[in-house]
Design a protein around this ligand. Structure first.
Ligand SMILES: NC(=O)c1ccc[n+]([C@@H]2O[C@H](COP(=O)([O-])OP(=O)(O)OC[C@H]3O[C@@H](n4cnc5c(N)ncnc54)[C@H](O)[C@@H]3O)[C@@H](O)[C@H]2O)c1
Ligand SMILES: O=C(O)C[C@H](O)C(=O)O
Length: 328
């Protein structure tokens, strides 16, 4: 199995943490052939609860789990870490948009970025889940100048999975029959779930659905507002599905995308598709040898252009807002 891989999870005593940690311990984050050492970071008021989770992890007797440590200090928690899952942040409640959390949560990601810069392993990979995920990832990245910028990613895999599930339901197929679905932009209601390149068993999804009104007026808002729907129906923000998407994101990053397919992830923009350089935006990405690459050369029609531009404009505004708050 080789040396254990250090995985730091922030917000370890929270809802997502509880759903996530046991899946990591069972080997689903990186592959069952790799041992993991968990490093749980919490605020001081919640370290006791995190210690309780650590006891339960021990009780799972997971062969892939090489150890669990609990920290209340980011410098210690990120020291030598290979994979960092930045989950710890306040979730929104009914009636809020994720952007409303910028002021409440943004401050968490500056010291964490600095701690990653100071002590993480050279191969560090960071996934930001805490909302607003894209801009929080940007804040962390901006405070880690010695870490390659492409190691900071934000989670839009949950949106991607939601899109797959909605399309599979509409078409009466299994999710594995779908390929090349894309989420563009922000993990917010402005995101653009795009099926214009998507395939079902090798044929165009748009042609198979043959209903532009359903795509524009039902599918897109359903996916983009699913987080709010979960909060409304469940009474709390999504947790197990978010944990599942975090597992998928990192597993794909490390183990690669399948030939002829791609996934969606918030990655630093190099200006591809006219997306403002330097923001963390969701793109269609492939993964190979532990690296995400933005899929190049896709045709963007007028409908897609308008939607991508709207979400990117929101991300640029969020960047301005955190500049004004002195967070970057
Ligand atoms: N990107 C996505 O798709 C997605 C999906 C679901 C939820 N989320 C977001 O994930 C975040 C966590 O959600 P949750 O339901 O687990 O919330 P939660 O309130 O149950 O847990 C959050 C935990 O983070 C801890 N925390 C707060 N500040 C911290 C810090 N500075 N360092 C370490 N830990 C800290 C809290 O003590 C708490 O235990 C929220 O911001 C939520 O909106 C994102
Ligand atoms: O919507 C939220 O606030 C939680 C999360 O980002 C989600 O998409 O479920």
């Amino acid at each position: 199995m080789g040396e254990p891989i250090n995985v730091t999870v922030t917000g370890a005593a929270g809802q997502i943490g509880y759903a996530l940690l046991f899946r990591i311990a069972s080997g689903q984050l990186l592959g069952a052939d790799k041992k993991v050492k968990l490093r749980l970071l919490e605020i001081p008021a919640a370290t006791k609860a995190a210690e309780g989770v650590a006891l339960e992890l021990q009780d799972g007797a997971f062969p892939a789990l090489a150890g669990v440590d609990v920290f209340d200090n980011p410098k210690a928690a990120f020291d030598g870490t290979n994979v960092a899952l930045l989950v710890g942040a306040r979730p929104r409640t009914k009636g809020m948009e994720r952007g409303d959390l910028l002021e409440a949560n943004g401050g968490i990601f500056k010291p964490q970025g600095e701690a990653i810069n100071a002590g993480a392993a050279a191969d560090i990979k960071v996934l930001v889940v805490g909302n607003p995920a894209n801009t929080n990832a940007l804040i962390a990245q901006q405070h880690a100048p010695d870490v390659p910028a492409d190691r900071f990613t934000a989670m839009t895999r949950l949106d991607h999975n939601r899109a797959l599930a909605q399309l599979a339901g509409k078409l009466g197929v299994s999710v594995e029959e779908l390929k090349k679905v894309t989420i563009w932009g922000n993990h917010s209601a402005t995101q653009y779930p795009d099926v214009s390149h998507a395939l079902v068993n090798g044929k165009s999804v748009a042609a198979a659905i043959n209903d532009q009104a359903w795509l524009a007026d039902e599918f897109i808002p359903r996916v983009a507002k699913r987080g709010a729907e979960i909060i409304e129906v469940r009474g709390a923000s999504s947790a197990a599905s978010a944990a599942s998407a975090a597992i998928d994101h990192v597993y794909t990053w490390v183990n690669g995308t399948a030939e002829g397919d791609w996934t969606s992830a918030g990655v630093i923009s190099d200006g591809s598709y006219g997306v403002a350089e330097g923001i963390i935006s969701s793109f269609p990405v492939t993964a190979k040898d532990g690296q995400f690459s933005i899929v190049q050369g896709l045709e963007i029609d007028d409908f897609s252009r308008t939607r991508i531009d709207a979400s990117v404009a929101e991300l640029v505004e969020e960047r301005e807002a955190v500049r004004k708050l002195g967070l970057i």
